[in-house]
Design a protein around this ligand. Sequence first.
Ligand SMILES: N[C@@H](CCC(=O)N[C@@H](CS)C(=O)NCC(=O)O)C(=O)O
Length: 208
Amino acid sequence: MKLYFKPGACSMASHIVLNELKESFELESVNTEQGVTDSGADYKQINPKGYVPTLRLEAGELITENIAILQYLGDKDPQNKLTPQYSSTGRIRLLELLSFASSELHKTFSPFFSSVEMDEKARASAESKIATRVDFINDRLEQNSPYLLGENFSVADAYFFVILNWSGFINFDLSPWPRVQSYVARIKSRPSVIKAMTREGLIATEAA
Ligand SMILES: N[C@@H](CCC(=O)N[C@@H](CS)C(=O)NCC(=O)O)C(=O)O
């Protein structure tokens, strides 16, 4: 398998999950602005949508979209319990969380990374939306801990971690939600996360 990624972007969630698995995999970084991969390939030929992540399977098949890739990877080894079984209530809860992460949380952070600068009003409005979404995560963690689905770290936690970790890059203060801050710190200490962050250049030394 090969993951096309951009350092620190949402693709890091799939990178983390790949590190949780025992299978070997390759990584190739993508310059999405220029539409080229690290080896010089035209990224539009790999993923016409132009954004990361893309997962290439051994047989050459390509999977796009965070929530599809995360579930594909999580289902690979049921013993890892990264995804609850299909048709279970847990699986619906997972899908509910992944949809929320993708269309509500992730996309509220996106304008902060755009080349178009946000004015104060737009920033305040986006921050207020992020706050209501973090409220939800906080409530969820009050009922389910240490992870969003309860006892087991799931692919949803990898995705939520990557997005919540962006708070530091956009100066969004998570201290009003200590429960969420501890959740982020807990996930950040996982060897799979340290390894992914180190490889993507987000932390300087590999502590794992
Ligand atoms: N719906 C897509 C969104 C992916 C996405 O937003 N990727 C961002 C990085 S987090 C990206 O590649 N942005 C660069 C671009 O759009 O040119 C998914 O969930 O996979």
